[in-house]
Design a protein around this ligand. Structure first.
Ligand SMILES: Nc1ncnc2c1ncn2[C@@H]1O[C@H](COP(=O)(O)OP(=O)(O)OP(=O)(O)O)[C@@H](O)[C@H]1O
Ligand SMILES: [Mg+2]
Length: 405
């Protein structure tokens, strides 16, 4: 089995998927913008071959270069696991005659208006929404939808250029902040809690699903630097208050005709119990959330994904035994990390539940918290009881401090 794989080195979990593929016996042909020498060890070890291209964003050029590189060799699969490459992967499938998700389908996953139109037709509850390309259309949509509302890019990621507006004055701030964005979605603001519904799907059938709870909601986490955002993969995914989200997730996969691989949906639950669709990606969640699945179930979902891609089924046994919380930290101050405080006490009190410490070391340059949820690093902990999990995660939020200068 020959798999063409886009961007095998970045972001940080992607090399694990390359490992998954080579573990199940596939030959992985990587294509990315980085020089081969800068790829992470794991990616290099498990790649069969690698082509460096000037930019994956230049789709036509990339397709032409890959064609030349392969010289007529037939690929069995084309895979991309990050939001910006989902459409390019589909283009490559069409250009190279490989089966899998089409460009049209991929665009439905990328374009949040097209996506919601398909889901509206399938009777799924989406926020009231309108596409706008001019300032006039944004104002017009705001009038029709009413406040509070959200203005966001039609193909955004990481909550970038996303604005909540409570009134006309705030709408003008959003208009100014999205001037560089050619198409926006204007949406009814849905107040509530926010969850994921992530799946490993084979031939349209969900083989495994994961639900994560965002604390707080991503937009709030992204607008307040002092917050240590938490993502908690839930052990009990059969709780009654999650049932509406699970049912919606199934319907969304059916309506979009998704076939094979990872999906990542976000949904909202209002205080009155109503469940509203947020968005869905034809890819796994980022920010090491796939690792959370592994910690929750003691299996290797990177290999599970590879099995689905190559053989159409997962063979590993798994059991959901833990809640898994990731707590992301942002340093106080700018520049380089100069001190980390509070870690010893946390280790002393519940170190046996901390499964991964991945903080930037002293001396490292701070990351841009607006560009990566990973921020200046994170701790992952797990526990069978949710209340205990939350209590420990909150203590990490309060007591662990990174300082930069
Ligand atoms: N209609 C809405 N009502 C309430 N909050 C919203 C709405 N749309 C977006 N948000 C908030 O903004 C965040 C980012 O929006 P969305 O998930 O659509 O975009 P994204 O940038 O693709 O996200 P991601 O960070 O998952 O890549 C959401 O997680 C949510 O907190
Ligand atoms: Mg989102």
């Amino acid at each position: 089995m020959d798999v063409l794989f886009l961007s095998p080195g970045f972001p940080s979990e992607i090399p694990e998927f390359v490992r998954g593929l080579s573990t199940v016996g596939a030959r992985v042909w990587g294509v990315g913008a980085e020089p081969v020498g800068t790829l992470p060890q794991t990616a290099r070890r498990h790649l069969h071959a690698y082509l460096q291209v000037p930019s994956l964003l230049d789709e036509l050029d990339t397709v032409a270069r890959i064609r030349r590189w392969l010289g007529g060799r037939q690929m069995d699969r084309v895979e991309a696991l990050t939001e910006y490459q989902v459409v390019l992967a589909a283009r490559l499938r069409e250009a190279l005659g490989v089966s899998g998700m089409s460009v049209d389908q991929a665009e439905t996953f990328r374009d949040k208006e097209k996506m919601k139109q398909v889901l509206d037709r399938a009777g799924i509850r989406t926020p009231r929404h309108m596409r706008a390309t001019t300032v006039g259309e944004v104002r017009d949509a705001a009038e029709r939808i009413g406040y509070p509302l959200i203005v966001k890019p039609i193909d955004g990621a990481g909550s970038a250029h996303t604005f909540r507006c409570n009134d006309g004055k705030e709408l003008e701030v959003a208009i100014a902040g999205t001037r560089q964005v050619p198409h926006v979605s204007v949406e009814e603001f849905v107040d509530g809690e926010e969850f994921t519904f992530d799946t490993l799907t084979s031939k349209g059938q969900i083989q495994y699903h994961n639900i994560a709870w965002y604390r707080p909601r991503p937009l709030i986490a992204r607008t307040n630097e002092w917050i240590s955002p938490q993502v908690i993969a839930l052990r009990d995914v059969t709780q009654p208050h999650l049932a509406g989200g699970v049912a919606m997730g199934q319907k969304v996969i059916d309506a979009l005709g998704f076939q094979d691989g990872f999906t990542h949906m976000e949904w909202y639950r209002k205080a009155n119990g109503e469940v509203v669709f947020g968005e869905i990606g034809a890819r796994p969640p980022g920010a090491r959330q796939v690792d959370q699945m592994n910690y929750a179930c003691d299996f290797d979902s990177f290999v599970g994904w590879a099995e689905i891609v190559c053989a159409g089924r997962m063979t590993q046994p798994w059991q959901r035994t833990y809640n898994v919380a990731t707590v992301f930290k942002r340093a106080h101050g700018q520049g380089r990390i100069v001190a980390i405080a509070g870690l010893a006490g946390l280790r002393r009190d519940f170190g046996q539940h901390i499964v991964w410490e991945n903080l930037l070391p002293v001396g490292a340059q701070r990351r841009n918290w607006l560009q990566t949820l990973l921020s200046d690093g994170f701790l992952v902990l797990r526990h069978p009881e949710l209340a205990k999990t939350v209590e420990m995660a909150d203590r990490i939020g309060r007591e662990l401090k990174l300082y930069a200068r």
